[in-house]
Design a protein around this ligand. Structure first.
Ligand code: F6R
Length: 272
């Protein structure tokens, strides 16, 4: 995994927004995988600013969200569909018919999940999947123990996740117990994954995800198998990473490569 450590969540979010915006500019008809929760909020604000001030054009973009609570309809204030409308879609020029969020009120979930996967395939697959990280190391709602080959399906939320999300619902007892979520296998098929985690409370999950063994107990760790997974962390969430200094060196080389400053890396120079 490429690990980018920014000083704070603000610069981390701007960095994430730049990855998304660069793709939208390079490939206007791209397919984005999107996440909800606290983590991507500032990145979404930055994308809205880029749309308003720099003309970033979403008119040909298609999006697929990772997950939705079972039982919540699109107009329920805590539904992930409502979250996406409020925090991104209503403020950019994306076509409403090109934004897909799993339906928390599907009557036949097995069919719905199959159709969701089919829709992703029909759209050409996800170019870039944005991901947050649960404090138990989950990606999407793939709780500890989820198969690393899993597909979109129903999942029971872990008690840690119910606790974490109680703040949005005004109490643990009001948090839905089930969610429909893309699987780890679905996520790994994205061409690029962008994992974000900010704050000290995410430090153990970041450590386990990046430097721990690949295990279904920490579904984020499956990203170690992905060819193009990028983690953007702030210094607090990265504080337990053992190889921080090395990641900074890799990043410095990466910057030189991107700027075409090959000589400083010894590329093209003769050694005798
Ligand atoms: C949300 C999602 C979850 C969150 C994770 C972190 O669509 O899939 O995996 O990304 O629970 O949540 P926050 O960002 O609220 O800490």
């Amino acid at each position: 995994m490429r690990v980018i450590i920014e000083a704070d969540s603000d610069s981390g979010s701007k960095r994430a927004a730049r990855f998304l915006a660069d793709l939208v500019r390079r490939k206007p008809e791209c397919v984005l995988g999107l996440a909800t929760g606290s983590t991507p909020l500032a990145a979404y604000r930055e994308l809205i600013r880029m749309h308003r001030e720099e003309g970033l054009d979403f008119s040909r973009v298609t999006t697929f969200n990772l997950d939705e609570y079972v039982g919540l309809g699109p107009t329920h204030p805590q539904s992930y569909r409502a979250f996406m409308q409020q925090n991104l879609f209503d403020h950019i020029n994306i076509r409403p018919t090109s934004t897909f969020v799993p339906d928390g009120r599907a009557l036949d979930f097995e069919l719905h999940c199959r159709q969701y996967e089919q829709r992703i395939r029909d759209s050409g697959g996800i170019d870039l999947q944005l991901l947050g990280l649960g404090s138990d190391g989950h990606i999407a709602f793939n709780e500890p123990g989820s198969s690393l080959g899993s597909r979109t399906r129903l999942k029971t939320l872990a008690s840690e996740t119910v606790r974490d999300n109680a703040r949005f619902f005004g109490g643990e007892d009001k948090v839905p117990r089930l969610a429909v979520t893309m699987g780890v296998g679905t996520i790994l098929e994205s061409r690029r994954c962008l994992l974000l985690a900010f704050g000290e409370h995410k430090a153990p999950a970041v450590r386990d995800t990046v430097e721990g063994p690949i295990t279904s107990q920490v579904t984020g760790s499956a990203l170690q198998l992905h060819r193009e997974a990028i983690g953007i962390f702030d210094s607090a969430s990265a504080s337990l990473l053992v190889r921080r200094a090395y990641y900074a060196e890799v990043e410095a080389s990466q910057q030189l490569l991107e700027r075409g400053e090959y000589r400083q890396l010894g590329i093209g120079s003769q050694s005798t």
